[in-house]
Design a binder for this molecule. Structure first.
Ligand code: CA
Ligand code: CA
Length: 142
């Protein structure tokens, strides 16, 4: 469980993921952890692999990773996304989330981040007819 978000908030986030995935074939996931000791991007890459997020046809999974007590978070995409976008692609989404987190608005920050990620991916990975939900929309905890 998370101390930052309630069960009710979790539902809001799962809905936001479903909404975002109506814009894009990209697959978005959110993972919470208490502590991240090392580099947050490296840890996010590890979690990405642990959650088997590289199992998408277009290699377009996106992970939003948060380490609650360490107050660190990251947003990373799979190789299919990285091949198409510049390295600062996620900066706007990250900044928006950071601003809301600073105000203590964790659920809102995550929700806005998820929706913005969907909007951003739309141009590169539009939603496809007969789209499959390749990765579960539920929030995971480690
Ligand atoms: Ca999908
Ligand atoms: Ca999904």
């Amino acid at each position: 469980m998370s101390r930052l978000i309630s069960k009710q908030d979790e539902k809001i986030l799962v809905e936001a993921i479903a909404t975002a995935e109506k814009n894009t074939s990209g697959e978005i996931r959110v993972h919470f952890e208490k502590i991240c000791h090392g580099d947050v991007l490296e840890r996010a890459q590890d979690v990405f692999a642990i959650l088997k997020m590289n199992n998408t046809q277009l290699c377009n999974g996106v992970l939003i990773y948060l380490a609650e007590e360490s107050k660190k978070f990251a947003i990373i995409g799979d190789s299919g996304i990285n091949e198409k976008v510049s390295s600062d692609f996620w900066d706007n989404t990250k900044n928006l989330m950071q601003d809301l987190f600073k105000q203590g608005k964790y659920t809102d920050g995550l929700k806005q981040g998820i929706l913005m990620a969907g909007e951003q991916l739309k141009g590169h990975f539009p939603y496809q007819k007969n789209d499959a939900d390749e990765l579960p929309n539920d929030i995971s905890y480690g």
